[in-house]
Design a protein around this ligand. Structure first.
Ligand code: AMP
Length: 282
């Protein structure tokens, strides 16, 4: 496994692979890797000759400085995991390599896609995501790129980016990996205290109950029920819980379009903000 921190070197390496006719799969990450990330690497390895992973904590997608400062880093362990997962190249640029003159702009109209759910509570987050993903795609020039459904809205934003800019890369959506108690794997789980970690599966349990109740209670009532259920434990505070259409994230008013129903939530457990989602009829 080779690691590069300079764009020029990374570009040279992938160009060589392309010239040799090898397909490239790409997994962008922010590090502090877990089995969810490694499942994306595995998907990439199955379908491509070469797998490239990037580790870059993208400062411009954090709208709170403290959140960025607290974000976990574990580079040596990440490299060990990627090596044993069979990754071929790791791109680990520094901030100044990616943003030498500060942030570059990108004006893409995502419609409502980047303004609801996460977008409502993290303004400019998806713009930051779109800027880095576009840059990374330009550097790595992958044939295929792998993203987790755990960040469902991000997946839709990236699909939109690729479609609007007609980027020559195929986007693959991968299932959410969970801990044995159901908590969605996330780098942020490392920030939970032992006590918080013990109760964190309430989010998953509530999503499962919502799936059971879907179609039996009116949508609005079910949403209220879920918020109350999570907030009933004072360690939790729901930022949003919405039942939306998984194609364009519009809020469902009834179960008429229920095949596409997706429950999405962001919850503070202490200081840690966790997100999760679940398809309700699949
Ligand atoms: P991150 O490092 O959080 O930016 O995530 C990098 C990629 O891993 C994104 O495509 C995420 O959606 C994906 N990912 C994060 N957590 C999980 C998980 N629990 N299961 C599957 N994919 C995940």
């Amino acid at each position: 496994m080779k690691t590069y921190s300079l764009i020029s070197e990374m570009v040279k390496a992938v160009q060589k692979e392309h010239k040799a006719g090898r397909s490239i799969g790409f997994v962008p990450t922010m590090g502090a890797l877990h089995d969810g990330h490694l499942s994306l690497v595995e998907e990439s390895r199955k379908a491509n000759d070469i797998t490239v992973c990037s580790i870059f904590v993208n400062p411009i997608q954090f709208n709170k400085k403290k959140d960025l400062e607290k974000y976990p880093h574990n580079l040596n362990e990440d490299l060990r995991l990627l090596q044993s997962a069979g990754c071929d190249y790791v791109f680990i640029p520094e901030d100044k390599e990616i943003y030498p003159e500060g942030t570059t702009g990108l004006e893409i109209n995502f419609g409502t896609l980047d303004k609801v759910l996460e977008g409502k509570f993290r303004p400019s987050h998806f713009k930051g995501v779109a800027i880095i993903v576009k840059k990374l795609f330009e550097i790595i020039a992958p044939d295929n790129a792998y993203f987790g459904k755990k960040d469902y809205q991000q997946l839709l934003v990236i699909r939109n980016l690729v479609s609007v800019l007609q980027l020559p890369v195929k986007i693959h959506a991968c299932p959410t990996f969970r801990e044995p108690d159901g908590l969605a794997m996330s780098s942020r789980n490392l920030q939970l205290t032992i006590g918080e970690r013990e109760i964190a599966s309430l989010i998953y349990q509530t999503l499962c109950k919502v799936k059971e109740k879907a179609g039996h209670l009116p949508v609005k009532e079910l949403r209220q029920w879920a918020i109350k259920k999570i907030n009933s434990n004072p360690a939790f505070s729901v930022e949003y819980f919405e039942i939306v259409d998984k194609n364009d994230l519009h809020i469902l008013e009834s179960w008429k379009e229920k095949e596409n129903a997706l429950a999405c939530t962001a919850v503070f457990l202490g200081d840690v903000r966790l997100i999760d989602n679940m398809e309700l009829f699949s």
